[in-house]
Unconditional design. Sequence first.
Length: 161
Amino acid sequence: MASGPQLNTEAPDFTLPGGVLSGETFDRADYRLSAARGRSVVLAFYPGDNTSVCTKQLCSYSSGMEAFEGLDADVWGISPQGVDSHESFARAFGLRMPLLADEGREIAKAYGVSAPGIGVRRAVFLIDPDGVLRWKHVALLGATFQSLDTLTNHLSGIKGA
């Protein structure tokens, strides 16, 4: 497994298809990391839609969107499932962040989180408004996830830097 980007270096840019639930509408679009400059971005890689730990993780982040927004941060969920699966997942749980489809796992490979067997390791990357990777956590087993408090504490450090 590749180590992925190193801290304090520019995060690998990418464009992925995805969508976000907005009221009753699931708005589909292409998401390009470099287009998010000016705001921090939380990239939350997760193994799969509608799985126990992934559902808990993304529901936690979705319910804390105001905390992320208060820190000028966007949260993007990334997994190997397609956009149709993401739409169903978002609708089932009221998820309010964009869910991106990395079906070929190219972006997971670029970030060093592609894993044989499970597909993608649970991982979080915090990218500052200039596109620089400031913090990351890659789980070995993926049975737990980084909490909302942990992420907002690290984001506060980025914003205050």
